[in-house]
Design a protein around this ligand. Structure first.
Ligand SMILES: [Ca+2]
Ligand SMILES: [Ca+2]
Ligand SMILES: [Ca+2]
Length: 845
């Protein structure tokens, strides 16, 4: 080979490499049916608009850009900036055509008998998104039907954009121009609900575009976020969805042309992909820290293109601020789990108390503590802050701050028959009470806990919450008193001890509402909730959700009576009262437990709870017996097993023990991991043969627990549903604690650390603690609480956490609070965490 041919060959090789690199950046349809290049994934209806609460901002055409899901909602939509309750398209068919490198979907709006086809085709470094109409869309959708794609504000605000070369910056906060239009022109919202109060104007707000043009370049300065969108046949508009709703996204939109068929719109969307980009390792560890004696294993999440290192180190901080390496250990491979590769770093050998951090190659974590005290306070923020702030019908103060005034002073009205509801409830064909539709039901505005990020009282959930409190009290007798609660003053003051254990006051507060329901309505309501959608999505002081004045039909809307005692506002909350004997039965068991717990503290409420327990038990048993067998057969979950156990504990009647045992064993056979905790709670109340019969199930459970080590790198039950799985992982931890208590030779206590590890930072996506504050070095900073519009948190909240999106993406936004499936906390979930934390602290004592 001559020198010349060698150099020619060399040049050719270089050229080929460059060509391949360029090709390497081209988006390709992969086996999981999305368009992929390293650093950019375009998903086309992998996730549909079927989440349960309409537009959850987790569906449509989506872009995962250098590891972050930065765009979603790509679809034909009927407004400039769709809100949660705007209509979403059904997607009856989705077709992947490999030869054409294309995915096609039919989008259907049933309400308008309107079909369109969206075809996404790989085109070089981007995709073409085209909309086809086989017949023109209905005339009433002219100016409404358009193709939208939504970008995540927190990933773009402060960055620049260019529209046809004109310079702009994405606004940090929504400031812009809107117009109002006649309600006659408004596209109807879900089931005809309306998300805003038009103050009697008959007009709705419509945002104007921030910019309009043909070539839209997002974030040219940021290679991780740069996206170019061009269209030859349509104007591209940019809107700010936050104009109408704080959870809105930046919306890129083109209107569909009226009267046309065929290919009516096309965009080229090119997400920039950084050449050779490799996602930074996510080094998972407990942000709360570790006990000296406990297992300590960091799970490190790696890009599949990353090369795992051979070892990692632990550094200890000295009092002089200087750090020294104190341990070096091997990196052990675990394997692939969905999108990433996982390795583990075991530093259990390090047992000296101190301040440490992990060094993995060039990556250093924040510090954490090894000490015997790290878990001492894990429930305090939840019990001292989160729970009292969620006490309904009270004024809640903390130092200089008022969390909320006294809500719903006007009380609750009877929900009219045949009423649907937007929060998954409804009133059946009758009221099942002595009240007429819309009549005031006096006395219900007392006690109870806000459900979650919203302010309704979910009766089923509140029953579970009071059970959780009673269980915590009866098992652990926490004497903690950091909260002043006065039912007489309807006043709560945080950090002001009043001589009564807070947990008794929480039991009392929950029971007050539930006893009122039973006494006044005659049975349990389904929910006490909003009657109008525009105040359901309330953000701010709970006392301002309604005007506090009862509705007076003699007054016009927005009118207040001269006495100041009533108003014409139809904003009063409603009680949904369709009778459910299954719920009554659960209430009966809860009331029996309440009556035990409150004896000697509030004897009056204790006796009233017992009276309602007996009455509801009799009535519910009769009602259930008169129901057809098949509808009873369907009720067969852990709740029914647990209800019969609680009934037996409360009444001592053998029939409930028999029913408990009859339901328990088949339930364990069907769903062991879910039902076994209930079975464990039965041990103190059953004879010795019961524990013996349970033994093989506990052995089976041990296999299940060990099998989780092979299921995923974290060894916990990871949920893949539409609501992320912290709740199941908390229950897993609680189950371990109780299983170890009764079967210490079979279930090892150390499994419980898998739950704390996961909750406090050792999980996919990022390594922040999923529990707000609680002594973690790096807790999550934003949650979907009722203060979410402030990008904040309520201390002690447990986020659902790591949400799975099809087909292979786990995420938890910590700069965007508004996705309930990953960032909301519920009163049910947070009181379950109280039990776990109490049981866990007991376990490690
Ligand atoms: Ca709710
Ligand atoms: Ca107290
Ligand atoms: Ca009112």
């Amino acid at each position: 080979m001559t020198k010349r041919t060698f150099s020619m060959l060399f040049t050719l090789v270089l050229l080929l490499a460059a060509f391949q690199q360029a090709l390497g950046q081209e988006l390709k349809l992969n086996d999981l049916e999305y368009f992929e290049t390293q650093g950019a994934n375009v998903l086309v209806y992998s996730n549909l608009f079927t989440g349960g609460f309409n537009d959850e901002k987790t569906a449509g055409i989506e872009l995962i850009h250098h590891g972050v899901r930065t765009a979603q909602g790509g679809a034909v939509r009927l407004s400039n900036t769709p809100e949660q309750w705007d209509l979403v398209p059904a997607i009856p068919t989705r077709t992947v055509t490999r030869e054409a490198n294309a995915i096609e979907a039919v989008l259907r709006y049933e309400d308008y008998d309107f079909d369109s086809r969206v075809v996404v085709t790989a085109k070089g470094k981007g995709v073409e998104i085209a909309v086809y109409l086989d017949k023109p869309f209905p005339a009433e959708l002219e100016g409404a039907a358009g193709f939208n794609l939504e970008f995540l504000p927190s990933q773009y605000w402060g960055k620049t954009y260019l529209m046809d070369g004109r310079l702009n910056r994405f606004p940090r906060y929504v400031v812009g121009n809107t117009v109002t239009r006649s309600n006659r022109e408004k596209i109807k919202q879900y089931k005809g609900y309306v998300t805003s109060d038009d103050r009697g104007t008959g007009r709705f707000v419509d945002p104007l575009p921030l910019e309009t043009g043909r070539t839209f370049l997002l974030a040219p300065e940021d290679p991780e976020r740069r996206v170019k969108i061009t269209s030859h046949d349509a104007e591209i508009m940019l809107f700010d969805g936050r104009m109408l709703a704080q959870n809105g996204w930046y919306v890129v939109r083109s209107l569909l042309p009226a009267g046309k068929t065929g290919k009516v719109l096309s965009w080229i969307v090119e997400p920039h992909a950084i050449e050779g980009w490799i996602r930074e390792p996510n080094i998972g560890f407990s942000q709360v820290g570790y006990l000296p004696s406990q297992p300590k294993v960091s799970v490190i999440e790696l890009d599949k293109k990353d090369t795992p290192l051979a070892n990692a180190s632990l550094y200890k901080m000295g009092a002089d601020g200087k750090a020294a390496e104190v341990f070096s250990g091997n990196i052990e491979p675990w394997g692939d789990y969905y999108k990433y590769h996982y390795v583990k770093f075991d530093f259990t050998a390090v047992t000296t108390p101190g301040i440490y951090y992990i060094q993995y190659g060039d990556f250093t974590t924040n510090n954490f503590i090894i000490a015997n005290t790290v878990y001492d306070k894990i429930t305090d923020a939840t019990s001292d802050i989160w729970i009292p702030i969620h006490m309904n019908h009270m004024f809640v103060r903390e130092g200089y701050r008022v969390w909320h005034g006294e809500p719903f002073k006007e009380g609750y009205r009877q929900a009219p028959p045949n009423t649907d509801h937007f929060d998954l409830h409804g009133q059946g064909p009758t009221t099942d009470t002595k009240y007429e539709g819309l009549e005031l039901i006096p006395g219900l505005n007392v006690g109870g806990f806000f459900d979650a990020g919203d302010f309704d009282i979910e009766t089923g959930s509140n029953i579970g919450v009071v059970q959780n409190f009673v269980q915590t009290w009866e098992y652990f007798k926490p004497q903690r008193d950091q909260t002043f609660v006065s039912q007489e003053q309807r006043y709560v003051d945080l950090h002001r001890p009043d001589g009564t254990p807070d947990i008794l006051q929480f039991i009392e507060h929950g029971a007050k509402n539930l006893v009122a329901q039973a006494e006044i309505i005659g049975h349990m309501a389904q929910t006490l909730s909003n009657s109008v959608l525009y105040n359901y999505h309330h953000l701010g002081d709970a006392a301002s959700i309604t005007d506090g004045l009862p509705f007076n039909p003699d007054l016009g809307p927005y009118e207040v009576a001269p006495t100041g005692l009533s108003s014409g506002m139809k904003d009063d909350m409603w009680a949904f009262t369709s009778r459910n004997p299954g719920l009554d039965l659960r209430a009966a068991t809860m009331f029996a437990a309440v009556s035990r717990a409150l004896k000697g503290y509030n004897d009056d409420l204790s006796e009233r709870a017992l009276a309602q327990s007996k009455r509801l038990l009799n009535e519910a048993t009769e009602l259930l017996a008169s129901q057809p067998e098949e509808s009873r057969g369907r009720r067969f979950g852990a709740a029914d097993v647990g209800t019969n156990l609680q009934l037996y504990i409360s009444t001592g009647e053998q029939q409930y023990a028999d029913k408990f045992l009859e339901l328990l064993w088949p339930a364990l056979d069907r769903n062991l991991s879910y039902v076994i905790l209930t079975a464990l709670h039965g041990i103190p109340h059953m004879d010795a043969s019961y524990k013996e019969k349970l033994l093989p199930y506990v052995e089976q459970y041990k296999e299940y627990v060990e099998g989780l080590e092979k299921d995923n790198p974290y060894g916990v039950p990871i949920g893949l549903g539409n609501w992320a799985g912290s709740g199941a992982i908390v229950n897993f931890g609680t189950t371990i604690c109780f299983a170890h208590k009764y079967f210490p030779d079979i279930i090892d206590a150390s499994h419980a650390f898998k739950t704390t590890n996961w909750l406090y930072g050792c999980h996919p996506y990022h390594n922040y603690s999923l529990v707000a504050t609680i002594g973690a070095a790096r807790p999550k900073e934003v949650f979907y609480g009722n203060n979410r519009a402030d990008f904040s948190f309520i201390p002690g909240n447990v986020a659902p956490g790591i949400l799975f999106r099809q087909p292979d993406h786990f995420e938890n936004y910590d700069d965007w609070p508004f996705l309930w499936g990953q960032n909301e906390g519920t009163i049910g979930g947070n009181t379950s965490y109280l039990i776990f934390g109490s049981a866990f602290k007991n376990l490690i004592k």
